[in-house]
Design a binder for this molecule. Structure first.
Ligand code: ADP
Ligand code: MG
Length: 739
């Protein structure tokens, strides 16, 4: 039977139905798909030696005849050993396998084999332990005596199985058509696609594996860039509400900024300016605001919101949890409400849940009577979550029924609506929404974010527009990386902290000093402070993670700190339960909060002064830095203690970087170099193919793919002249599930 690239795998020779199922599960349907299942590394078995010349400790391949082979059962440890003696002209060596008695079915005396593995010391000389092997037949070797490809063995696909079957379809690689324009292949000096596919699986040598990899990584990154740029263009075909930043609006915004009890950082100023400039276009903005914890993103959001509100439109502000939404609401009231407060001494303690009257509301005197009237119009800010609906109208915060609030939103009686997912329910109808803000955007799914990005018809004027969108995140993704994975967004970075922030004292603690830290924490709690304890991340299993965290919690509660209130937070809890615990912690009813890595990123607990992190080597630097940012938010000197069981030098070096630096972006860059981009990009791009993922730390390749994608789209924005590329892009985006 002749096979083609498009031949379904079930029609390929020697693929049983069990394997068909496994392959389907990883998205492999055809022979071509199989060819595009790349290895992620190689075992280097290319060093082929005479048996008499092998040396202790090296990884080698030898070729020889089996002169003896037998299965032995060890009494002591109840193991099956297979021992073979292999001979060539230069000598003889023993090979040994554990618990694979079936080997003797294939490997028999008198047969020529190739073996690859590590040379170890045994009582009676050298031996090769657990070598890869293959019979020497006619063809090229697959499992030994070369660079041997290793594949992700998910879904029970073994590398050995994949090698055999890839080999049987490898010839089809010649039929794979180029989809890249010839000019790009030439400019960038790329290997042809068919050659690259063939070499990625069975490279002639290390150099050719690299060249193949570069070509395929180029493809993936290039497709990502194309996709992002086309998305951006598509977005810009929408209409947005044009907010004219005229003199009077400028004054409003300036007055607001001046009313603040502190100066904006330069980064805040520039970001706000960029946003306001975006509003002036009649295309909807789509911007990502990245900034370390505490860099003041909320304020940038509020400044831009003010510009929109003062132009007569509504703003929606969505946060992932009720606590965060409430915190934003309080900040909005405190800051925006503050414009009208003549006596700013009210600044400060805002008691949760109470009705706070703000005294002596005075209209500002202005020369322009119309302006004065405008100023008199109070901002109407509302909080809308699953469990709360409140409204602030210039004087005080009041409870309001959901029904009434929804009605107010509909008729334009609310300027700024802050809330959780509840904002994107069908029943929430805006009067004239012109601007949506999403905090901690990675916490929302693509669909949820999309709902705030849909075209709306303004009830007020019938205008069909898409709201401007500001997404915010505290994940410090380095700029080059962000340009790729968030290439559809414009980017603003708050790379500067407000002045006067105290430095958090960070210490890497030797296990022997654990009790000193416990003692120190005890003293802090006695002084009235609060403490976070973060338990180790266990990636393989949520269940194990919760179990180990539970043990930690029990230990602290029942043994170390019997007199304190200990709280516990983990990923298996319902959102409502999590909120309750966080609520208690923020009210000071919990002294020490033990938590798995789920602890809320954006929450402000000014009274917390200690962050203790167990198993800190398991986290990325950026994440550790985010944990650390949970403390030091109030007036108290704060501390971060890092524990680790690891004795590795690299770990120590990595953690020391955290002790030295308090700049999230710097730490993220280091992480990117040391650990690759996986955890930085995280949820959003988890669908990215391996090569693209691995290449995200290759700034040069990113730039090249970006430049080529840009140049191509400038010539042909819809890829009309490149149907093969367009088809490939479609397939790629379907497989990758961009979020
Ligand atoms: P994040 O970027 O983590 O969301 P927030 O917006 O929550 O940070 O800001 C943290 C705190 O810093 C808030 O209480 C806010 O009022 C305050 N803040 C914001 N900007 C400044 C500034 N320029 N100077 C001093 N404090 C500021
Ligand atoms: Mg925040």
């Amino acid at each position: 039977m002749t096979i083609y690239l498009k031949t379904p795998i079930e029609e390929l020779p020697f693929i049983g139905s069990a394997y068909v199922k496994k392959l389907h599960r990883v998205g492999i349907e055809t022979a071509e798909d199989l060819l595009f299942y790349f290895p992620f590394r190689y075992d280097d078995f290319s060093d082929v030696k005479n048996i008499g010349e092998v040396e202790l400790g090296e990884v080698v391949s030898v070729v020889g005849k089996i002169v003896d082979i037998q299965n032995i059962r060890t009494r002591k440890r109840k193991m099956n050993l297979t021992e073979a003696m292999i001979e060539d002209e230069s000598g003889v060596i023993k090979a040994i396998w554990f618990n694979q008695p079936f080997l003797t079915r294939n490997l028999r005396s008198g047969i020529n084999v190739s073996l690859s593995g590590k040379v170890v010391y045994a009582q009676d000389g050298f031996q090769i332990s657990n070598p890869s092997y293959e019979l020497l037949g006619s063809g090229q070797s697959l499992h030994t005596a070369r660079l041997v490809p290793i594949y992700h063995e998910t879904e029970g696909l073994s590398s050995k199985w994949l090698r055999v079957h890839l080999k049987s379809v490898l010839k089809l690689a010649e039929d794979i058509e180029e989809f890249l324009p010839a000019s790009i292949i030439k400019n960038q000096n790329l290997l042809s696609l068919s050659e690259a596919i063939s070499q990625i699986h069975f490279p002639d040598n290390e150099e050719s594996s690299k060249i193949a990899k570069r070509r395929l990584a180029f493809d993936e990154l290039f497709l990502v860039q194309l996709y992002m740029m086309m998305q951006k263009k598509k977005w810009q075909e929408n209409k947005g509400v044009k907010i004219k930043f005229d003199k009077s609006l400028e004054k409003e915004v300036k007055d607001f900024v001046e009313s603040l009890p502190f100066k904006l950082t330069n980064a805040q100023r520039i970001s706000s300016w960029n946003i306001i400039k975006d509003f002036e276009k009649n295309k909807p903005m789509n911007r990502l605001l990245e900034g370390d914890v505490g860099s003041g993103k909320t304020l940038v959001a509020l400044i831009s919101a003010l510009a929109v509100i003062k132009s007569g439109y509504q703003v929606a502000f969505m946060a992932p949890t009720e606590i965060l939404a409430r915190q934003h609401f309080e900040e909005a009231v405190r800051r925006l409400g503050g414009i009208y407060i003549s006596n700013p001494s009210q600044e400060g303690n805002f008691i949760e849940g109470s009705i706070v009257a703000i005294s002596s509301v005075e209209p500002r005197t202005q020369d322009n009577p119309k302006g004065a009237m405008e100023s008199l119009k109070m901002l109407r800010v509302a909080l809308f979550t699953g469990s709360e609906s409140k409204i602030f109208q210039g004087e005080k915060i009041e409870e309001i029924s959901k029904k009434k609030l929804l009605e107010k939103i509909r008729i334009g009686g609310i300027d700024l609506l802050i809330g959780t997912h509840s904002l994107i329910q069908k029943k929430v109808e805006f009067h004239n929404l012109a601007f949506s803000i999403i905090d901690e955007q990675h916490r929302f799914g693509i669909e949820q974010r999309g709902k705030l990005q849909n075209e709306v018809v303004n009830i007020s004027d019938g205008l069909k527009t898409v709201p401007h969108l500001l997404s915010m995140t505290a994940t410090p993704i380095p700029r080059t990386l962000a340009l790729t994975v968030y290439g559809d967004l414009d980017l603003s970075i708050l790379d500067e902290m407000p002045k006067g922030r105290q430095k958090i004292i960070t210490k890497l603690v030797a296990p022997a000093n654990r009790n000193l830290v416990y003692q120190f924490i005890g003293e802090q709690v006695q002084k009235g402070r609060q403490v976070f304890v973060i338990c180790p991340l266990i990636e393989e299993s949520d269940v194990l993670e919760v179990r180990s965290a539970t043990e930690e919690y029990e230990k602290l509660k029942n043994i170390i700190y019997k007199d304190f209130q200990i709280g516990f937070l983990h990923g298996k809890m319902k959102p409502k339960e999590k909120e309750e615990v966080m609520q208690k912690f923020s009210q000071g009813k919990i002294d020490i909060l033990v938590s798995t890595s789920v602890v809320e990123v954006g929450i402000d607990i000014p009274n917390a002064s200690v962050m203790l992190i167990e198993g800190s080597d398991r986290f990325g630097l950026a994440q550790l830095h985010q944990f650390r940012g949970r403390v030091g938010r109030g007036e108290y000197q704060s501390f971060c203690f890092l524990f680790t069981d690891s004795t590795s030098v690299t770990t120590a070096r990595r953690l020391k970087a955290l002790v030295k630096s308090d700049n999230g972006f710097e730490l993220a860059e280091q992480d990117l170099k040391i650990r690759g981009p996986g955890e930085l990009v995280g949820v959003r791009q988890s669908g990215l193919p391996d090569l693209a993922m691995a290449s995200l730390s290759d700034a040069e390749l990113i730039k090249k793919t970006r430049d080529e994608a840009k140049a191509l789209l400038e010539k042909d924005g819809k890829l009309l002249k490149y149907p093969k590329l367009e088809e490939k892009l479609k397939k790629f985006t379907k497989e990758v599930h961009f979020e």
